[in-house]
Unconditional design. Structure first.
Length: 225
């Protein structure tokens, strides 16, 4: 299974915590920060680490940003720098870009210049802590769920006509949450349908698969092969 290559721009408190977590999960890290001490702290964990300013023309290209799977711009204190970095990454063709925003207005701007998702740390942590305060059991389940991914998968011809049981998703430790059926005549977005084990997969179905990321990648690699 190929490692996911992740670029992290900015190694402040959030960026450092993110880089440590990504390293623990086996990602290949490309790190960029203006502070030599911040970079030194991660040299043993990063595939590549650079002391540089992402705002300087050519820096992102020189560090190989166009070849990463995901880029995360964490320098939320300098909003102009974040906008410029996100815009450059989008122009380079990076498909998945996360960027830190302090407000919803900033989040809107970041999405407009190419961010896949704008992260408002304080808001997201506030929601998370509220869950823990009101319902400790739910908080435990949320921590557990963070180890899993949900992936929409468009069924391929080899699976047409098979039941979910016959498709043997469980052999990959994958569960099917449900499915969407494509209807070209429908004006509205299709609703998620719950799927029983005897449901037969049809052409145009999009199945929602849930499992740990390595299981999903193993399945997708097998289907593609």
């Amino acid at each position: 299974m190929a490692q996911k290559r992740v670029l992290v721009v900015g190694l402040g408190r959030f960026g450092s915590a993110l880089a440590n977590e990504l390293w623990d999960t086996g990602c290949e890290l490309v790190l960029l920060d203006k502070d030599p001490d911040a970079i030194d702290a991660f040299k043993s964990k990063a595939g590549a680490a650079f002391v540089a300013d992402a705002n300087d023309p050519g820096v992102l290209e020189n560090v190989g940003a166009k070849d990463v799977d995901v880029a995360v711009v964490t320098s939320g204190e300098d909003f102009e720098a974040t906008v410029l970095a996100v815009a450059q990454l989008a122009q380079m063709g990076v498909k998945t870009i996360f960027a830190r925003a302090a407000t919803e207005r900033q989040a809107h701007v970041l999405r407009a210049v190419g961010a896949t998702r704008a992260i408002q740390i304080e808001d997201e942590m506030g929601h998370r802590v509220a869950v823990q305060v009101l319902n400790p059991t739910a908080a435990h389940l949320m921590d557990f769920a963070m180890h899993f991914r949900v992936v929409p998968w468009i069924a391929v011809p080899d699976y047409f006509g098979k039941t979910l049981a016959e498709a043997r998703f469980r052999s990959f430790d994958i569960n099917v949450l449900g499915y969407f059926q494509r209807d070209p005549q429908a004006d509205q977005r299709p609703k998620l349908q719950l799927a029983a084990p005897d449901y037969r997969i049809q052409q145009g179905d999009t199945l929602l698969l849930v499992s740990e990321e390595e299981n999903l990648e193993r399945f997708l690699a097998t289907v593609a092969g």
